[in-house]
Each structure stands twice: as C-alpha cells, then as structure tokens.
Design a protein around this ligand. Structure first.
Ligand SMILES: C[S@@+](CC[C@H](N)C(=O)[O-])C[C@H]1O[C@@H](n2cnc3c(N)ncnc32)[C@H](O)[C@@H]1O
Length: 340
C-alpha cells in the first residue's frame, strides 16, 4: 500500500493535505512508529513535508461504527429488525422512539441499544399518545436512561427548555421556522398566535431584527416554558407574552401587526378572520393547515371567502409543504399577503 510518512511535527499539515487531495485511505488508521507517522494513501502523489513510499507492512483496519442492526442481532429476528423506523426524533437529550405494535415486547431492548449507540442521548422514550386536545400535547413513556421528560433543545441559534408532555414542540419543523424568520424585515411588528414554548418567537428574534414580537398561548405550562425561554435567550424586553385564548386576547390588543404567524394547523382557519382584523395593509399572514394534496385548492377558496366576508383583499403568494402527516396529507403553510 502507498503511504506518506512525516515527522510528528508535520503530521497535521500532511493529514490535511491528504484529505484535501482526497487520497487519505478511509479504511485504515495511520500508524505511529518512533518519531514518525505513516498515513495510508489510495494513490501515489507528491506530498509536501512527507516522503511517499510503498509499504511492506499493513495498516490497522478502522473499526466501523456499530449499527442498530448489529447491536440488536440475536435479540430481534431479521423480520422484526425491518420494522424499526430508521429515523427517530431527538429533542435535546431525549430520543422519541416510534415503536410499531408488533415490537411492543421488545421496546426496552431497542431503547437500551439506541442509548448505547448515541452518546448525546440520555433518555429514550416512546410515544404513548399523539398530539391532541386544545393544548396539542401528548404523553410519552420512559423506556431507558435518565428518568426525565424535560430537556434543553438547540435549534437555529436558540435554546429551548421543554417538557415533552407539558408543552407542544416538534424538532422536525425547525427549518420551517427559519424559512419564516428569513422573510421578516427590520422593524416589523410580529404576532405569533399559538406561541407554545416560544420557538417561532425566539427563532425570529435571534435571526432577524423586528421592532416588537408578541406571542399568545392558552396552555399555562407552555406559557411558563416560553417565559423562561425568552429570558434564558436574552429577549425578555423584545418579546411580549400573553397567556390566554387568542379569541379573547387579540380583540383587546390595540396595535396592528406587519406579520402574523398562525401555527395551529388543526383549526387555524377558525382564527383567520381575527388575524385579518389585526394585520396592517400589505402585511403577511402565515397560516398552517393539515391538508390532503387534493384539498389544497378548496382550502384556498375557504380562505378567500373568509377574507371577502370581512372586506379584505388577499393574495396567497405561495404554499409550502413543511411536514408529512400521513400518505398524501401534509402540514402546509400558506404565505398570504393582505392587500387591504
Ligand atoms: C401546534 S402547537 C404550536 C406551538 C408552537 N408555536 C410551536 O411551534 O412549537 C399549537 C399551540 O396553540 C395553543 N392553542 C390552542 N388553542 C389556542 C387558543 N385558542 N389561544 C391560544 N393558544 C392556543 C396550544 O396550547 C399549543 O401550544
């Protein structure tokens, strides 16, 4: 095999050069001998600060990281292994396992293995119930690791303290929050209805320069986490939080907003009239809905009808699929420009 050898002093430079030229062999480890280090190469090229030779010795083989399949071999059958979903949601230091019914009896074994595989994870839980009720919360069962359902999660430059059962949160929608934040212009007044533990508010605060941000949340525990999170991220004076029902709080707010975000996909259209009453001319509303692809056109018509009733003229600039709920059904965001 080809190898480049250098003094230990030049080792880092040589390694970087080999990586840059894509000739560092990925299947073998470098070998240290006395004051020299040998790097395995895939091709013979001239390497500054090193001598290139053909070796008579062999290099140690790199250990490949273990996979979930290898660790579960002997504990689950091949057919059972195929049933484990390959991607699992991680919130902070907690992994949320989706265990198919057929594997319920094996869930602890699977959880222990995930814990071993991933050293950033301290707890593995499984989904007990799906998000439901007015607060959109769910329950989870701890399967392995530390007995906690609270964690600190990082996304888009912010940190969020969250409790998996007390407040709604989905790590899967982090990109969508950044997409919204990227549209916010300097000095905008932004309202986030249904603000939860404040992920939208904080991603906007951190990544843009609005004048003022306001959030409304009905779940007292989500409001509690939001209050903690805006202070922990240093935005206590920029973000105004209201605890209560959007229906009661919005009519009491005198100000109007340049932008209103409505992340309540189950029934956001019920609140669209209220949002229209508080948007400035040429403002933007981001309204989320769970829709089957076939129902998008009809839903746009529903939004147009609501706007027409309150004498507003709207232009649905775009709609974006930002999550899949079930085959054919998506979480969709409508970006709506309100002309007047
Ligand atoms: C789908 S969650 C979104 C939470 C947060 N924006 C996020 O992305 O993580 C919807 C939130 O709306 C809140 N909510 C539901 N109905 C509400 C209402 N009438 N007024 C205020 N908040 C409400 C729920 O408690 C829940 O926290």
């Amino acid at each position: 095999m080809f190898a480049a050898y250098s003094s230990l002093k030049n080792a880092e430079k040589v390694k970087l050069f080999l990586q840059k030229k894509e000739v560092l062999h990925q299947e073998y480890l470098p070998l240290k001998e006395m004051e020299r280090i040998y790097f395995p190469m895939t091709k013979k090229i001239v390497v500054p600060n090193a001598k290139v030779i053909t070796t008579k010795f062999s290099f140690p083989v790199k250990q490949k990281p273990l996979t979930i399949d290898q660790l579960l071999k002997g504990k689950l059958t091949a057919a059972q292994l195929k049933l484990i979903p390959r991607s699992q949601e991680i919130i902070g230091k907690i992994m949320i396992l989706e265990v198919p019914d057929q594997l319920k009896k094996k869930e602890k074994v699977i959880a222990e293995v995930y814990l071993r595989l991933n050293n950033t994870i301290e707890t593995v839980v499984r989904k007990n119930t799906i998000h439901s009720g007015v607060f959109r919360t769910r329950t989870v069962k701890i399967l392995a690791g530390k007995k906690t359902k609270e964690t600190i999660h990082y996304e888009n430059g912010i940190k969020l303290k969250l409790h998996l059962e007390k407040t709604y949160y989905s790590a899967k929608t982090a990109n969508e929050r950044l997409r919204i934040a990227k549209q916010v212009k300097p000095n905008e007044d932004v309202l986030v209805m249904f603000s939860g533990a404040a992920p939208y508010l904080l991603v906007i605060a951190k990544n843009t320069n609005p004048r003022k941000l306001s959030g409304i949340e009905i779940n007292p525990l989500a409001h509690h986490y939001a209050t903690y999170n805006i202070i922990a991220n240093g935005f206590g004076s920029k973000i105004n939080l209201f605890e209560g029902d959007v229906r009661k709080i919005v009519p009491k707010i005198k100000a109007k907003f340049d932008r209103i975000v409505m992340p309540l996909p189950k029934i956001a259209e019920e609140f669209f009239g209220l949002a229209l009453s508080k948007i400035k001319p040429n403002g933007t509303i981001h309204l989320y809905a769970f829709l089957h692809e076939y129902d998008i056109v009809a839903y746009k018509k529903i939004l147009q009808d609501i706007a027409q009733k309150s004498k507003h003229y709207i232009h649905i600039v775009r709609y974006v699929k930002c999550g899949q709920f079930s085959p054919g059904t998506f979480r969709i965001c409508f970006d709506i420009k309100v002309k007047k």
